[in-house]
Design a protein around this ligand. Structure first.
Ligand code: CAA
Length: 257
């Protein structure tokens, strides 16, 4: 498959995926996510690839799911579009995936990074779940994986009050593996992926599976509940107002209905 919104290449046994929607801060629309999943599946099948890296650009890993694409959607349209299911498909990939994150890593972007197995962050990386500003909640695993990664106290502030973590805080709370200067974050992620790609493939595969088993046991129920709650919010006036206000670049007026 040839891609239009991402760029892919293979380097020393590592499959690299670059999100390439810089004009929209790499906002994750359905077409982009479909390409990411397709590329990951192709690398997963390729015997010459041992690990993958997903990156954005220096300014933004990804600023979340595409608000313009879903602002006017109903609950039923959200359910039928199955956009969020792309994040689930990433969890089915067998080889390790490293997110190389610089700049904004927000909402569905942070959920994409957390659906990967490791995160290498640049010093400029900023992590957040700002959905509350739009009158909704995270819908692609954010409330579940974030709470496991950083603990309840910090997750509550991030989900309920849009607290953003800088790279050093993300490292301290256990969200990321390492923080490196901006000039080197991709190089460092590729080097880590290359080391892992050179190791015993079946042991790497089962090691990934088992660590994720420990991290994600009982997570599936939480993710399913979260998705239902996220979809239900598309029947509220506040969701329409929150997303419209973002698009119109103004402050939302909440009504509680
Ligand atoms: N969806 C759609 N478009 C987006 C976007 C998003 N998530 N994030 C940024 N963009 C667009 C902006 O609308 C803008 O487009 P125009 O030039 O056409 O106006 C362009 O990208 C550049 O963005 P800004 O002008 O806003 O850039 P900035 O430097 O002033 O701010 C930012 C950067 C802080 C990341 C800001 O863009 C922002 O807050 N973005 C939204 C973040 C957000 O709310 N994410 C959550 C989305 S919902 C979600 O992800 C649900 C889920 O769990 C699945």
């Amino acid at each position: 498959m040839s891609y239009t919104i991402i760029k892919t290449e293979t380097l020393d046994g590592v499959g690299l995926i670059r999100l390439n929607r810089p004009q929209a801060m790499n906002a994750l629309n359905g077409a982009l996510m479909a390409e990411v999943v397709d590329a990951l599946q192709a690398f997963d099948r390729d015997p010459d690839v041992g690990a993958m890296v997903i990156t954005g650009d220096e300014r933004a890993f990804a600023a979340g799911a595409d608000i313009k694409e879903m602002a006017d959607a109903s609950v039923v349209e959200m359910m039928l579009a199955e956009r969020i299911e792309h994040w689930d498909r990433i969890r089915q990939i067998k080889k390790p995936i490293i997110a190389a994150v610089s700049g904004w890593c927000l909402g569905g972007g942070n959920e994409l990074a957390m659906a990967c197995d490791m995160i290498v962050a640049s010093e400029s990386a900023k992590f957040g779940q700002p959905e509350i500003n739009l009158g909704v909640i995270p819908g692609a695993g954010g409330t579940q994986r974030l709470t496991r990664a950083v603990g309840k106290a910090v997750a509550m502030e991030m989900v309920l009050n849009n607290r953003t973590l800088d790279a050093e805080e993300a490292l301290r709370y256990g969200l990321v593996n390492r923080v490196v200067p901006v000039e080197r974050y991709l190089e460092e992620a590729l080097a880590l992926a290359k080391e892992i790609a050179a190791r015993a493939p079946l042991a790497v595969r089962l090691g990934k599976e088992m660590v994720n088993h420990a991290f994600e046991s009982f997570l599936a129920d939480g993710v399913a509940d979260e998705r239902r709650a996220f979809y239900i919010l598309f029947s509220t006036e506040d969701q329409k107002e929150g997303m419209r206000a973002f698009i119109e670049k103004r402050k939302p007026q909440w009504k509680g209905k």
